[in-house]
Write a protein of this length. Structure first.
Length: 338
């Protein structure tokens, strides 16, 4: 049986820097360790970069910190490159590596915090692209069956910040651990500039025919202006989902609030901008104790120092209540609460 460390403080393992001790903790550097971990008693939690996590206190679980490394070109054909990364690879570093190799496609997802293994669970997305758009397959370990299995893109049930892995609750119950992810990056690359922020950034740089690296650099610059570095100001990135409401409610809100950003969805519903709602509800730059919403981007919840999970929950509830009272819209948090 592999050794586990008991009572590990998880403050350094979550980007909100919230305190809490794990009953047991083990760093997973290799897939072969998972068979040993499967023999351990009690519940588990699979931890990646901790960038989408609210630690609410001590955790009575075996925490497996996924640190499986590796990135490689698996194969290629006339249409695409198939690129694999270990679950423990830093997401941003992986994206930049693919660009350096001449395999574009993921550039709009630059500077998103976290690990590669979490990307398909959350179906991370930004600036008109989601990880699921380019994902080819996922390899994972099933702790109950004690075997590896593979899931291809068609089985992943991707949606907005959603996937098979979340729908089945695997991200919470520790039944599976994603070990490797393969992305399909098309040879026929086209710049994705659907978001005005990107077009404006490129125009400011006087770039008319951008390369993939130009887009990545633009996205990085935009994100650095809007979002705090977790190493300097602890945060978990965008804290709430952009709510999706009925067309009727969106029309009603738009008539009352003409500047409300609205994004039609394929099913006829309308996605609203959570950050705009929070700002209009008076929470941009406002704090409740040590926790507040970031002064430059109302969607980002930050820890100004010394916060615990209870402080985060208190501020979250206050923001939800303010938005609900003004707009009759419910905000759902993105992070996992543990």
């Amino acid at each position: 049986m592999m050794p586990f460390t008991t009572g590990v403080d998880l403050t350094a393992f979550n980007t909100l820097a919230l305190p809490g001790r794990a009953r047991a903790f083990c760093r997973i550097d290799d897939e072969t360790q998972l068979a040993d971990a499967a023999r351990a008693d009690g519940p588990r939690f699979i931890l990646g970069g901790g960038s989408n996590l609210v630690v609410t206190g001590d955790i009575d679980r075996l925490v497996l910190h996924m640190a499986i490394p590796g990135k490689r070109l698996v194969t290629q054909d006339d249409e695409a490159f198939y690129v694999e990364a270990g679950a423990g690879e830093n997401w941003h570093a992986f994206v930049q590596w693919t660009l350096a190799q001449g395999w574009p496609g993921l550039e709009n997802l630059s500077l998103i915090p976290g690990k590669v293994g979490a990307a398909p669970i959350q179906n991370i997305g930004a600036y008109g692209l989601e990880a699921g758009d380019l994902l080819h397959s996922v390899t994972a370990w099933d702790f109950e069956k004690r075997a590896f299995f593979q899931v291809d893109r068609s089985q992943c049930r991707f949606g907005y910040r959603d996937s098979l892995f979340k729908q089945e609750g695997w991200h919470l119950d520790g039944r599976i651990a994603i070990t490797r992810v393969v992305f399909r990056l098309p040879r026929q690359w086209q710049p994705n500039m659907r978001y005005a922020d990107i077009s404006q950034e490129l125009a400011a740089r006087q770039i008319n025919q951008p390369t993939a690296q130009d887009l990545a650099d633009a996205v990085i610059a935009i994100r650095q202006r809007k979002l705090p570095d977790p190493a300097q100001l602890p945060n978990a990135g965008s804290f709430f989902h952009n709510p999706v409401v009925s067309a009727e409610l969106a029309a009603l809100l738009k008539s009352e609030f003409p500047t409300l950003p609205c994004y039609p969805q394929p099913d006829g519903r309308i996605k609203l901008a959570a950050g705009w709602l929070i700002e209009q509800a008076g929470w941009k730059g406002k704090s409740l104790g040590p926790v507040g919403m970031y002064e430059k981007q109302a969607l980002v919840l930050v820890n100004h120092g010394g916060a615990c999970g209870e402080d985060v929950q208190r501020t979250m509830s206050a923001v939800q209540a303010a938005v609900r009272e003004r707009f009759a819209v419910a905000l759902t948090p993105e992070p996992i609460f543990l």
